[in-house]
Design a binder for this molecule. Structure first.
Ligand SMILES: Cc1cc2nc3c(=O)[nH]c(=O)nc-3n(C[C@H](O)[C@H](O)[C@H](O)COP(=O)(O)O)c2cc1C
Length: 273
C-alpha cells in the first residue's frame, strides 16, 4: 500500500508537499502528481507536514485520516506582542493554594504536551502525574535524604551551603523541594534515545506555558530531577522504568500570589557572525 494518497481532483500540482517534507520522500517532477520515493515508509517520520501544509486538502497519509488534522484556527492565534508579554510574565511559583487541580485539566495539560517538537518526531516522552499530596511529600523526603548524602560528597562549599539550607528548612517544616505544591509532573524517556533530554524538556515547557495560560503556577523541580537519576529509593518511588531517565519535573498548582511586575534578566550571551 502506498504511503499516501493524492486526490487528483483536488491536487493543484504545486509541489508544496514535496518541498516541505523534512525527509524528502515525496517525489514531484515535471509537475506530475506527487508520489512516494522508493522505500518512503522507511524514512517517513509520520510528522504529517505534507497533509497539514497542502492548501487544497489533496493529500492523506494512509496511517492518519484527514479528520485528525483540524484546520488551524487562525483567528485564535495570539499576536507577537501578546506572546512576548505572556512569556515574559510567566514566573516560577513557589507558594500554592491548598486547592487541587482537576484531573481533567491535568489531562488537558498533558495532552497539549504531545504537540511539542520531538527529535525525528519520535514522540517518546513519558509522563508521571502525582495527584496525591502525601505521596509528593514522601518524594520530597527522599530528595532530602539524597541531599544529605550529597552534602558529604560535594567539594564545592557554596553548593554545600545551599544544600544544608534546604535540609534545615525541611527540618523546620518547610518543603523547598516541591514547595508544598498539590501536583508534581515528571517526564522520563529511554536514555537510549538521542533526543530524550531535549524532547522531555521541550514537552514540559509546553505544558508549563499552557498551565500559565490557565491560571496555574509551575516551578521546575531541579533537585528532584537530579535525585531521581542518582538515588535508587527515589527512582523506585517514582516508578521509573529500567533504562529510563528523568529529564525534567515540575510542581504545579494554583498560585497563592499574582506577580505584578516583570523582573529584568541579563543581556543575552550572543555571538553575531
Ligand atoms: C532546570 C531548572 C531547574 C530548576 N529547579 C528549581 C528547584 O529545584 N527549585 C526551585 O525553587 N526553583 C527551580 N527552578 C526555577 C528557577 O530558579 C527559576 O526559573 C529562576 O529563578 C528564574 O525565575 P522565573 O522562572 O520566575 O523567571 C528551576 C528552573 C529550571 C529551568
Amino acid at each position: 500500500m502506498s504511503l499516501f494518497k493524492v486526490n487528483q481532483e483536488k491536487c493543484k500540482r504545486d509541489g508544496i508537499c514535496a518541498k516541505e517534507c523534512p525527509t524528502k520522500i515525496i517525489s514531484f517532477t515535471d509537475e506530475k502528481f506527487p508520489t512516494p520515493v522508493e522505500n518512503a515508509e522507511e524514512y517517513c517520520l509520520n510528522c504529517g507536514h505534507c497533509v497539514a501544509v497542502c492548501p487544497h486538502s489533496a493529500l492523506t497519509l494512509n496511517k492518519i485520516i484527514l479528520d485528525d488534522y483540524p484546520l488551524v484556527q487562525k483567528h485564535l492565534l495570539p499576536s507577537g506582542e501578546t506572546i512576548k508579554e505572556f512569556l515574559k510574565s510567566r514566573r516560577s511559583i513557589r507558594k500554592y493554594q491548598k486547592k487541587a487541580v482537576s484531573h481533567d485539566l491535568l489531562a488537558e495539560l498533558i495532552d497539549l504536551g504531545r504537540f511539542a517538537p520531538t527529535g525525528s518526531n519520535k514522540q517518546q516522552v513519558h509522563w508521571i502525574v502525582f495527584e496525591d499530596t502525601a505521596k509528593i511529600h514522601q518524594l520530597s523526603s527522599l530528595v532530602i535524604e539524597w541531599v544529605k548524602l550529597m552534602v558529604k560528597k560535594i567539594p564545592d562549599p557554596i553548593t554545600v551551603k545551599r544544600m544544608e539550607r534546604l535540609v534545615s528548612s525541611w527540618e523546620n517544616g518547610e518543603d523547598r523541594i516541591v514547595h508544598g505544591a498539590p501536583h508534581l509532573i515528571v517526564t522520563h524517556a529511554s536514555s537510549n534515545q538521542p533526543s530524550a533530554s531535549s524532547d522531555c524538556v521541550i514537552a514540559l515547557t509546553y505544558l508549563e506555558l499552557y498551565a500559565f495560560s490557565k491560571g496555574l503556577g509551575t516551578c521546575w523541580a531541579g533537585y528532584l530531577t537530579s535525585a531521581a537519576n542518582a538515588y535508587a529509593p527515589l527512582r523506585e518511588a517514582l516508578g521509573l522504568p529500567e533504562g529510563h531517565k528523568c529529564y525534567g519535573a515540575a510542581m504545579l498548582g494554583y498560585p497563592q500570589y499574582q506577580y505584578n511586575r516583570i523582573p529584568d534578566r541579563n543581556a543575552p550571551l550572543v555571538t553575531w557572525i
